[in-house]
Structure formats: C-alpha cells, structure tokens
Design a binder for this molecule. Structure first.
Ligand SMILES: [Zn+2]
Ligand SMILES: [Zn+2]
Length: 239
C-alpha cells in the first residue's frame, strides 16, 4: 500500500530505473530491460556463498581447503550486469535513492537471516572514506530494507570499527592481495565488547567479491567473543 509520502515523492521525483534512468512504475528498481540482467542465486556453498549450478550441501573446494571464519555467507543476487551498475551509481555518484529502490531485493533475505541473529552490523567504512563519500552505502541499504520488514531488527553501527583505510578490494589483483589488504582492518570498540560477546552476529555488506572483507570483520568479532558470525550481502561475485 503506497503511503502518502511515497505518492508525493513519486510525483516530485518520478521513479526511474536504478541503472539506465528510464522512467518506470513505482515499486520496481529496474526497467524491464535492465531487470533481465539480474541473476538470482538459487544454490550456493553455504559457507562462502559462491554460486552452485545445482543444490548441494557440501562446502566448495576452497572452503574445504581453507574453512572460512564465517559460519555462513549468503547473497540473493550474483554481482554483475545492471545491479553492479546500480551499486556504482549509489556509491560513486551519490544516488542515495538507489538504496531505497534496491531495498525490496534485499529485504526477504534480510528477514530470513535476521531471524537467528542477536546483533546485525553493517560493514563499516574507515572514517576517512566515510568523510570523503559522505555516507555508508551498506548502512543505507540495510536501513531501507529494515523499513520494509514487519518487525524491523535492531542494527548496531557502533561496535565494529574499520581501523585500517584499505584500498578498494576491486583494485586488488589476487586473492592473497585481498586477504593481506584486509588483515586486521577491523576492531571491536573496546567499550562495546559486551554487545558482541556470546552473541550471534549477522554482518551485512553490499557486495562480496571473495568474502575477504567479511572474514576480516568476522575475525575481529570472534576475537571479541562472538559465538558465531554469519554474513549477508546483496550481491556476490562468482569468482
Ligand atoms: Zn533500465
Ligand atoms: Zn565455499
């Protein structure tokens, strides 16, 4: 049911496709052409979220060789196509409305994942990057998705900090470089360990490339006494 505020906003700013800007009916993030490039991940490795072609409960070869710290990582969509373009618009062109438009794609997975979590934490940006960008796109997406849920879960933006100003993971060439870049990138605020200790944490990110960012954050949370850390992102790359 559209609210009066939403109807007013639709008149003021006609809804447009998150990728190509074509005018579209309210309620869908993409025009019918761009929507064709969306790929919903149906089956994946439960530990790292890498897409599978068919259902399997066995971990992937990479997770068998080097088990991740995360108890699980899930993403509803494959990273790429117009979804990747929409996330770029949000992050680098300050299209903050994209967070609200993409929220319906994320909310169902959030509702499911939030069910067993005590604390939900969006991956923080380093203070310097937050100042340059002006906002944390993951926190915006999470906030917008929470609003769509009947019982919005509580989120925690204070306990986890990014203490190392890493280079963007997209600029790193290899998996080893990604892991090194993320090494000790996060820390739990010393005054907030009580919020983490013995709790099940759900970490949220916009994109997971290899899961290295999530794993580095998980390391800090497990060091602070978290009983388990799960991850959920909007889009997961298949590499
Ligand atoms: Zn479009
Ligand atoms: Zn895996």
């Amino acid at each position: 049911m559209p609210t009066l505020t939403n109807l007013f906003l639709d008149v003021l700013y006609p809804p447009s496709c998150c990728s190509c800007d074509a005018e579209i009916p309210s309620g869908s993030p993409f025009c019918s052409v761009c929507a064709l490039s969306l790929y919903a991940i149906e089956y994946c490795c439960k530990q790292c979220g890498i897409p599978y072609e068919q259902e399997s409960f066995a971990p992937c070869r990479r997770c068998l060789k080097e088990p991740p710290l995360m108890a699980s990582l899930m993403a509803p969509f494959l990273f790429g196509g117009e979804l990747a373009n929409a996330i770029r618009h949000l992050k680098y062109r300050r299209r903050l409305d994209v967070a609200r438009s993409l929220a319906p794609l994320f909310a169902p997975s959030l509702q499911q994942a939030a069910h067993d979590a005590d604390v939900i934490i969006p991956i923080p940006l380093h203070k310097k990057r937050r100042v340059t960008r002006g906002f944390n796109q993951t926190a915006l997406l999470l906030k917008a998705a929470c609003r769509l849920l009947d019982t919005p879960p509580k989120t925690d933006k204070l306990s986890l900090r990014r203490v190392k100003n890493t280079i963007p993971q997209t600029q790193t060439q290899t998996r080893t470089m990604r892991n090194q870049n993320m090494n000790q990138a996060f820390a739990v605020h010393p005054h907030r360990t009580d919020y983490i200790k013995n709790n099940v944490i759900l970490l949220i990110d916009d994109i997971a490339t290899t899961g290295a960012t999530m794993n580095a954050a998980a390391q800090a949370l497990l060091n602070a006494g978290a009983s388990a850390v799960h991850g959920l992102c909007l889009a997961r790359s298949d590499g």
